[in-house]
Design a protein around this ligand. Structure first.
Ligand code: C5P
Length: 218
């Protein structure tokens, strides 16, 4: 039996990560944070000092990359045996991730790696193209968004809480640049899959978003 899938797509900072993790926990389903896979490629590219214009070498490190996800109280990600959890969340990692994510060959290499997460009793998959490309046959699809202002504010708070230096105006402008790149790329652009439940979380609490998502499944 093919495991059921709930896809949660949307731009960065809409609350997808928090909502997906908590919904997966409530349902007892597995969780795929596809953004962390693209972020891992970004780190692998940086570690190997590859120029972002050198597509063939970027594809090679993507193919060679060994990723391990250890899901305990918090997620630990290892790239080729080395813990990269702390580097994953950096803005610089997200920016490089969105550049390598625009390369069709990189997306092709990562497709199967992501589909392998589909296991019983079910999967919550969080990303940009989960409902459109990776799991087009998912039984439940959500498009979760929020205004750029709100998303920048949330991101700013998260960084300050982690004691990472941050500037709100810079974050907003980076979010807008990343949105544009993710929506305008040729391959698997950020788009709402047909049949998705559309949720704008700008004025909602996390709990009420989770409630709406769970109602879809009940
Ligand atoms: O969601 P997160 O901010 O971690 O994603 C980092 C980048 O990875 C995004 O800006 C996007 O370019 C890319 N990404 C993607 N497809 C996904 C998930 C993330 O292209 N399914």
């Amino acid at each position: 039996m093919l495991a059921p899938v709930l896809t949660i797509d949307g731009p960065s900072g809409a609350g997808k990560g928090t909502v997906s993790r908590l919904v997966a926990k409530k349902l007892g389903w597995h969780y795929l944070d596809s953004g962390s896979i693209y972020r891992s490629v970004a780190i692998a590219v940086q570690n190997a000092s590859i120029d972002l214009a050198n597509i063939s070498d970027i594809v090679k490190v993507t193919q060679a990359m060994v990723l391990e996800f250890e899901c305990g109280d918090s997620l630990i990600v290892k790239l080729n045996g080395k813990d990269i959890t702390n580097q994953l969340g950096l803005e610089s990692t997200g920016n490089i991730a969105s550049q390598v994510a625009a390369i069709p060959e990189v997306r092709a290499v990562l497709l199967q790696k992501q589909q392998d997460f589909r296991q019983l009793p079910g999967l919550v998959a969080d990303g940009r193209d989960m409902g459109t490309v990776v799991f087009p046959d998912a039984g439940y699809k959500v498009f979760l968004t929020a205004s750029a202002e709100k998303r920048a504010e949330r991101r700013y708070k998260q960084l300050i809480e982690k004691e990472i230096d941050a500037n709100l105006a810079e974050i907003k402008s980076e979010i807008e640049t990343r949105d544009r790149r993710d929506m305008e790329r040729e391959t698997a652009p950020l788009a709402m899959a047909s049949g998705s439940l559309y949720i704008d979380s700008s004025e909602m609490t996390i709990d009420s978003v989770i409630e709406e998502v769970l109602n879809l499944i009940r």
